[in-house]
Design a binder for this molecule. Sequence first.
Ligand code: SF4
Ligand code: SF4
Length: 310
Amino acid sequence: MIERKALIFNVQKYNMYDGPGLRTLVFFKGCPLRCEWCSNPEGQLRAFQVMLRITACVHCGACVPVCPQGIHSISPITKQHEIDHSKECIGCRKCEAICPAQALAIAGEEKSISELMEIIEQDRMFYEFSGGGVTLSGGEAMMQPESVANLFLACRQAGINTAMETCGYARPEVVAKVAEVTDLFLFDVKHMDSERHLQGTGVRNESILENLRWLLDNRHNVKVRIPLLKSFNDGEAENLALRRFLEPYSGFRNFQGVDILPYHKMGVNKYTQLQWDYPQKGEPGLSQEDLDRVVSYYDGVGYPVNVIKH
Ligand code: SF4
Ligand code: SF4
């Protein structure tokens, strides 16, 4: 039998923010949203992508002949390295391996479930003493539901806690299937107003809120997360709308509260490496005063509301 492979772009160990205890994060590639502030742009496309640190490149041309797809070239006029992003990278990593300046990185790697389990199992001891486990991030793992289901089933069988960060944009049957093997959802709510949600992320929010409601109603463990941006979703109206939405679940044991994740600029240099424009044009950073104000919209809710600064 050919084992199913997941397309991932990173594995991060000893994470303390994305679920209980110490966690191994596995980043799945491909996402249905295009958030303007995305800090993992290399996770958006479900395809291999070439990333170049142009400041490290010495324009030697070693990557040119090894690429079977003809993606690299040295311009005869400028003598600079150029990348043809219209051609499909097949992820062979020959260019990455040959580059003497380590200027290239290929985003995307296919891993079988047993290969992922091998990586995850390496830190079993840490999960056991900290109450940790594995968290899927991305991108959006629910774009590869079969891989998620198989991986989480293997984790369950190995007694490893499973969590998933999600944008919540998936077909209801996918959410239901994945929920069977997921111990905790870290569920993003980016905006309660569908038009504003569309502007900021490229999709409307109705199906996302339906999925959130379904998970909460069906007693799946959920922590809601707000990626917070000044002048996008830090206003009273949208936060009170979310508060009202969550009110019925205040006493539910499976509803674990709200995490507020203030905007940061950590992903900006990855846009340069992908040769993409950074879509977030404003300055949506928040002061401590802004954060205190947003937290105050949730005064007295009866569930935990925390600000998580990465
Ligand atoms: S990974 Fe392979 S196909 Fe992709 S750019 Fe490098 S050499 Fe070309
Ligand atoms: S091999 Fe490396 S240093 Fe040489 S042109 Fe390619 S990316 Fe630049």
